[in-house]
Every structure is written in C-alpha cells, then in structure tokens.
Design a protein around this ligand. Structure first.
Ligand code: ADP
Length: 444
C-alpha cells in the first residue's frame, strides 16, 4: 500500500515543531474539519482521535453561540442519537450550517462505532439531510474502529470476534442492534438514497481504487456507501479517499488518518489541560457489558458506591437527594461511585414496568441531578459512563465547551470544562478497561 501509512505522513519533524508553536498561540489556523456527533461520549471519542493526531480540538455542547478560535477542529456534540427523527435532522443541519460558516471544508457526521440506531434512524435521515444541505451527492459511511475492536468486512460490523447482532449490543436498552449487515440496516433508514458497499478488496488496493469505486457507485445512483475497514491502514486509505467529499459519516476511527492529511503530526501541546484538583466521583448510567464489569470491579476493590434503583425513582422517592446525602461526608476521600448500571435482566424487568423510554429518562434525569449536585459540593474530577447519561449530565452542569486532553483508554480522553473548573471524562458504555473507574483518576 503506497498511501495512508501513518509512519510516512507523521515523520516530518518540521511539521511537529511547527504544530507545537501553533498550539501555544491564542488564534491558530482556520477550521480544518467540522464535526457533528450524535451523542456526547461519541463527540469526545472523535475529538480524542483528532487530538492524538495533533489537532487542537474543542467540543461544544450543541451549536455554539459565538465563534471558537485557535483550534483545528470543532466537534459539535448533540444528543440526537435517540431523539425523534425530525429533531435530530434539524439539530444536525443547524450544526452543519454553523460549521460551514466557520469555514469547515468537510463535515464529519460521527455515529457510534456499533452503529446505534433504530429502523427509523437517525443515521440514515440525518445523513440524507446533510447531503442535501451541503449540496453533495455522495458520502462514505464506516463505523470501523479496529483499535476498539470494531471492524467492518463485507459490510458486516464485528464487535471484537462477534457479529454486532451476536454481541451484547443486541440488548441495548434504547437501540438494540439485531442486524450486523450495515448496508441493509442503513438502507432501511434511508428514504431517498440507495446504499452501496466499498468492499475490503477495493480498500486494500489503495486510495485510487476507492475513489474509482466511489465514482462507480455514484454512477449507479448510490448516495451513501458502507466502507469495509479491518485495520488502521484501511482507515488511513479511506480518510484520504474521502478527503474531497463534503460529508463523511463514520465512527471515530476514520479520524485517526485525518490530522496527517492536513500536514499535522502528534504533539503533546495539542492535549495539554490545566492541573487537576478537588474531589473525585463517577456517575454511571450505562448498562453495557463493559460498564457492568467496571462497576463490579470498582465495588469489589472496596470503592464506595451508591446504587440508584429506577423503580424507587418511578415510585416518587427523591433518589438523587438520597445519593447526594450519602456522598456528602465521603467527598474528598477515595473516588466514589453513584450508579444505575444494571444487568440486562434487571433492565428488562424495569422496562417492562415503566417502558424503556420512561425508564431511561427517569434514570438520566436522576443521574444528571446527582452529577450537578456533586459538582456543586466540590467534585472537580468527574467520570460519567454512558452516552445518553453523559448528555444529560453535561446539560445539567450547564457546560457548553470542553477542551480535549490526553486519553485514559482508547476513545475516552480527560476534558476540561473551564466554565465549571471541572475535569470531565465521558465514557461511552462499551469503552474502557475493566479497572477504568479506578485507573482514570491516576492518569490525571
Ligand atoms: P451506553 O453508552 O452504554 O449506551 P447510555 O447512557 O447511552 O449508555 O444508555 C443507557 C440508558 O439506560 C440510559 O437511558 C439510562 O438512563 C438507562 N438506564 C440506566 N440504568 C437503568 C436501569 N437500571 N433500568 C433501566 N434503564 C436504565
């Protein structure tokens, strides 16, 4: 493969030096990339990969009111993954207009690496609306992120060694994923577009072959195409092949090749945050297999933990106040955990009683109040687990911008919210090692 090798493009020492100087200046270059993420942890995951490649990145919560200066990329974080379709489309279009207004030559619509969505959307409808908004006729689509175990082959998404539909994602509380064939899955969501496939054998032949395939798909009337990728080299090829496109729809994996395409190289300055201080806490609302294991590990190691019972919340008890009263005397000691995280059987039982939407909303609201109360009480280092949960917590905290720092584990960086003087890590449910909740604070 003659293109897309990270070693080749990252090897220019002059470029790295130039970048370090750039990062110190208050106002840098024009926006090189505009990103729209369909949930908050996904936004941080994407920003993390861009920062690792040497881009300076700010993540905004919703569409910013004012310009953002001195960064290479802005990631507009929405909470649109499970919103009604019309709302997801409207918010995504507003974000795209703002990013284009800041000069972004390309829009990166970030979706989950497990392609979290329902037959109604929102990936398909948002992608189609963005194509129309950008006056574009084609976008590449790939959730692949091999470093995190997400690979796509013959259009089928694998989570580790399992097909998506055999993975724990089939039991997700809001977006159960029961089909691993992404071409079929995306086609069901699309009203106006045919969905094609860029197969791995094409990607393996390099950038020219992918561009030829894109032209052929366009000629066949396809406006979207799933692209296979099984390793980082594939992602580098796809990022370069997609560079002339106004829109890409992807997981955060595709971002690893993008900074180098703009002549940037990894540099420490891109990820520097202020020093951390204050009390430490974890708020967890993810029910993924990974988060269940992380909660169990934290408790097994003797970490102080408070369980939020969704049924007690529904019965009218002020569980957030109970959690905060429990936390108050413990703040400033060992990191503490407040969690609604539960095993699939428990979640199913709760959903059977309350309905999945109401259960999710009640728990999110409770955990958001807990997060806000903890920060009011002096927490300055906070980990939140769960995409929807993170969205609710960040909104309750009134945070509008996050500067992205170094990663704790793949896909999960520490961030800094200057408005609250708060170090924050937003962990997507599936991400992080077993001891993530214990290790996260040590890495600050
Ligand atoms: P992930 O990143 O793992 O998808 P999310 O926070 O996006 O996590 O989604 C988890 C959803 O499950 C949230 O809406 C949350 O409120 C809900 N939830 C969490 N705990 C429970 C529980 N014990 N019973 C029912 N729903 C729950």
């Amino acid at each position: 493969m003659t293109v897309g090798q990270p070693g080749q493009r990252g090897a220019d020492p002059g470029s790295a030096r130039h970048r370090a100087e750039d990062a110190a200046s208050p106002v840098g270059t024009a926006l090189r990339l505009g990103c729209i993420a369909d949930d908050f942890t996904g936004a941080t995951d994407l920003a993390n990969n861009l920062v690792r490649g040497g881009m300076r990145v700010v993540q905004t919560i919703g569409v910013p009111a004012a310009p953002v200066d001195g960064v290479d990329a802005v990631v507009v974080a929405l909470k649109s993954r499970t919103a009604p379709v019309a709302q997801a489309v409207a918010e995504s279009l507003a974000a795209a207009r703002w990013l284009r207004g800041q000069g972004a030559p390309q829009i990166f619509f970030k979706v989950c690496s497990t392609f979290d969505s329902t037959p109604q959307g929102n990936i398909g409808p948002v992608a189609e609306a963005l194509l129309a908004e950008l006056d574009a006729d084609f976008a590449l689509v790939t959730p692949a992120f091999p470093e995190a175990g997400r690979t796509v082959f013959k259009g089928h998404l694998f989570v580790g060694d399992q097909l998506l539909s055999d993975s724990p994602m089939r039991q997700h509380p809001l977006t159960p994923m029961t089909d691993a064939n992404l071409v079929r899955l995306l086609q069901v969501q699309c009203r106006r577009s045919r969905v094609g496939l860029v197969e791995h054998r094409t990607v393996a032949r390099g950038v020219g072959a992918v561009r030829e395939r894109i032209d052929a798909l366009r000629a066949e009337g396809c406006r979207l195409a799933i692209a296979d990728a099984v390793d980082d080299a594939d992602l580098h090829v796809l990022a370069q092949a997609a560079q002339p496109l106004k829109l890409v729809v992807a997981g955060s994996g595709l971002a690893i090749g993008m900074p180098a395409l703009h002549g940037l190289a990894p540099c420490v300055a891109a990820s520097l945050l202020p020093p951390a201080e204050g009390a430490r806490a974890v708020v967890s609302g993810s029910c993924s297999a990974a988060t269940n294991a992380q909660v169990a590990d934290f408790i097994a190691a003797g970490g102080p933990a408070f369980a939020v019972d969704a049924l007690r919340v529904a019965a009218g008890y002020d569980v957030a106040a109970e959690a905060l009263a429990w936390a108050a005397p413990r703040l400033g000691g060992e990191p503490l955990l407040v969690y609604a995280t539960a095993a699939p059987d428990t979640v199913r039982a709760v959903q059977a009683k309350l309905g999945s939407e109401r259960a999710g909303a009640l728990v999110e609201h409770t955990l958001a109040r807990v997060a806000a109360g903890l920060v009011d009480a002096g927490v300055r280092q906070l980990v939140v687990a769960g995409g929807e949960t993170s969205g609710a917590c960040v909104q309750a905290l009134g945070i509008t911008q996050l500067r992205i720092g170094a990663q704790i584990d793949p896909g999960v960086p520490w961030c800094f919210a200057a408005e609250r003087g708060l170090h924050l890590a937003l962990k997507s449910g599936n991400f992080g090692g077993l001891d993530f909740f214990r290790r996260a604070f040590a890495s600050l």
